[in-house]
Every structure is written in C-alpha cells, then in structure tokens.
Design a binder for this molecule. Sequence first.
Ligand code: F6R
Length: 237
Amino acid sequence: MKIYRVGNYEALSEMGADIVAEQIRQKPDSVLGFATGSSPVGVYKNLIKMGLDFSRVTSFNLDEYYPMKKNHPQSYNYFMRENLFKHINILQENINIPNGECGDPLAECADYDQKLAAFGGTDLQILGIGRNGHIGFNEPDGKLPLATQLVDLTKDTIDANARFFDHAGEVPKQALTMGLGGIFASKHIVLLINGGNKAAITKALLSGFVTTQIPASLLTLHHHVTLIVDRDAASLL
Ligand code: F6R
C-alpha cells in the first residue's frame, strides 16, 4: 500500500482526481469503480472541472441501499447523478449501479458480478472507509462475502448515515454491495480517508494485521492500493 499524507480534504480531492484523470488519459475506455459518501465528493468536483472525456468510460458503483427507488434523494443512484454523472459525458448505458428497485436481489447480484467479470474487473476503484472499517457495505464480521450480496447494515452504519435522512428510522436496513472479490478484482484501488472521526480506524487499518472485523485491513494484501489520507485522519499514526 502506497500511503500519501496530505494536508486537508482539498489536497486529498485534487490528488484523487489527478489519479483518475491520468487513468482516463492512459486508457480512454477505462472501467472505473465509484463510491458514494462524503469522501469522494471532492474528487468528483475536481473531475467535473477538468472537463475530461468520459464517453468511452464504463462505471461500476460499489453499492446501493435495498430496497431503494432510483429517484429517491438518498439513493446512491441519485447521488451519483447529482454529484458526477449529470455533469460529465459518460453514456447512460455505460453506468452500472446495483439496482435497489429489483424484485430479485439474488439474481441482481449474480448479474452484477457477471457483468463486472466480463470487463475483467475495474481498472481503478475509488473507495471510502466506514468508521467501523467497512468498505462498500461489507461490514465487520467473522466472514466476508466475495460475491455481490444483499447485506444487513450494522447499527453503526445506520447511525452514521442517519444524518442524510429525516430520521434514523428511515435509513434502509439492507443494501446491495459488491463483495471483496469484486473490489479485489480492481487493478488499482484508491482509498480516500479524511477527517478526525476516521483517525482511529486509520490507525487500526495500518496496524500490520488483517482481520475481517476491519474489512478495509484486507486491502493491505492487494498488490496496488494508493491510500490518500489527510492530516486529521492521520493524526493517530
Ligand atoms: C459508499 C460506500 C461506503 C463509504 C463509507 C464512508 O459507496 O461504499 O463504504 O465509502 O461509508 O462514507 P463517507 O465517505 O461518507 O465517510
């Protein structure tokens, strides 16, 4: 894992966007893995400003709440549209997000993995990390799924995400998430960590041990991970 410590969220966002931009310049038909949440928003803002050509890019998002309507303002589908897709020239048919409206989550997950595998995984995957060490919605557990799955969200994740809903009771209790296999199939993973509330998990992530109780710790086994961490998140290192 290559670790870059930067001063603040702006620097993290610029560096993350530069890596994505270089990927697209090197390979205009790149397959990019996107995450939602606050960590990558700055990267997306910078990518929009750069005016890159996304016309040949294919994207796969990590996750979506379940059940969730695509047009719900808290859906990850809506998030991606508002924060990135409607501002760039990516083709609608090249966008892949687990379908929170599907009637058969098992079939949806299998289709998602099949499509991702047909592309040979992503060229570059943007990741954030939960305060509990989750990646995608792969929550701490004794075992972690390889395949895309319908998973139960932990109380910590529901509480963390409640800030986006009118009240905690509205946060969906389940999600469709790419599994560890899909994430690890990426050729280059860029993990973004910012803010003092991620300092403890950043320290745990880099403890020198791997455990499924900190799903992100498994990333230390991947051959090409770039970690960009800001000063606040790195404050306990
Ligand atoms: C989002 C995702 C999650 C987030 C994580 C951090 O697609 O997969 O794992 O990356 O919950 O969220 P933020 O960035 O809001 O702190």
